[in-house]
Ligand binder design. Structure first.
Ligand code: TA6
Length: 296
């Protein structure tokens, strides 16, 4: 048994989820009817040599790399987690993985989260499945003596059937009307209108709406739809969830060694994240972040 043997949980309906201990990284959710909802690159590394390209990478304590002292998107996806409880056979099936900061060996850099950090925390990932639904919950327990700031995000890669990511009638994201959009490619900022988001170029945009704490979008993934909802709280108080929509398109796809040149046709990232005005987690307190993906 290697430390990175994937764990597959099945539900009585026939749905199943597969998780790698490296990154507590979900790489597959198949519904009871056999529909795979997640995309994983055919060139993804599954040997722990780098973060898995696809599925649901976990992002914490930073989104992107505002703090240059440690890597982009943080260290959760670059370390081995320990397996916890596993339950199958009931109304839902579930499993847990957890990571203690003291066990973080990789990608913590030498800054505020480095080996000499004053922080301490445990992160728990709970994965629950029903026939057509995948729920992922990250819980952040501040087990240290001082508060810490954070961002977190589920970097969810949704599979687009039939290679139709660039077909605006087959692949689009609805439900973000009135959200403020920040285009990381052009630098533009604007309020989104009624038109759904489509993939007609490299798309890398963050959508936020502090008046709508709970995120709820519908993604057309090649003719079949998926609902994606997310909510978060810090010390029991709701905090708004933003969302990133990303597709690397032609040029960025060519630049990724673990992604083939054509696979931008087969995926769209819809990434719920706790990114703006995030309260610190006080010592002894917790934060909880939940994503629910449902096949429609
Ligand atoms: O979430 C979008 C993004 O921040 C893009 O800018 C791109 O960098 C993507 O994440 C993938 O990042 P990764 O570190 O996984 O290659």
């Amino acid at each position: 048994m290697s430390q990175n043997d994937p764990v597959t949980i099945t539900h009585k309906s026939g749905s199943s989820v597969t998780i790698y201990p490296y990154g507590a990284h979900i790489t597959s959710f198949k519904t009871a009817s056999g529909r795979e909802l997640l995309f994983v690159s055919s060139s993804a590394k599954l040997d722990g040599s780098k973060a898995i390209r696809g599925g649901i990478p976990l992002v914490f304590p930073q989104f992107g790399q505002p703090d240059k002292s440690y890597p982009q998107h943080g260290f959760l996806r670059r370390n081995y987690w320990k397996a916890g409880l596993k339950e199958e056979g009931g109304d839902s099936s579930s499993c847990e993985f957890y990571l203690d900061l003291k066990d973080v060996e990789t990608a913590r850099g030498d800054g505020q989260w480095g080996k000499e950090t004053k922080y301490d925390c445990r992160i728990t990932l709970t994965v629950k499945i029903l026939a057509e639904e995948l729920t992922t919950i990250m819980k952040f327990d501040n087990t240290g003596a001082v508060p810490f700031d954070f961002q977190t995000l589920f970097h969810t890669y949704l599979k687009v059937a039939g290679g139709k990511a660039l077909d605006p009638t087959s692949c689009n994201v609805s439900g973000l009307e009135g959200y403020k959009a920040e285009d990381k490619i052009t630098g533009e900022e604007y309020v989104l209108g009624e038109s759904p988001i489509i993939i007609d170029r490299e798309v890398d945009r963050i959508y936020q709406n502090s008046s709508k704490p709970i995120l709820s979008v519908v993604v057309n993934t090649g003719g079949q739809k998926v609902s994606l909802k997310a909510k978060a709280s810090v010390d029991g108080k709701e905090t708004p969830v933003s969302v990133v929509v990303w597709n690397p398109h032609i040029e960025k796809a060519k630049g990724m060694s673990d992604f083939t040149d054509e696979q931008y046709h087969d995926m769209v990232c819809v990434e719920p994240g706790v990114l703006y005005d995030v309260p610190s987690i006080e010592n002894g307190k917790s934060a909880v972040f939940e994503q629910v993906i449902t096949a429609l």
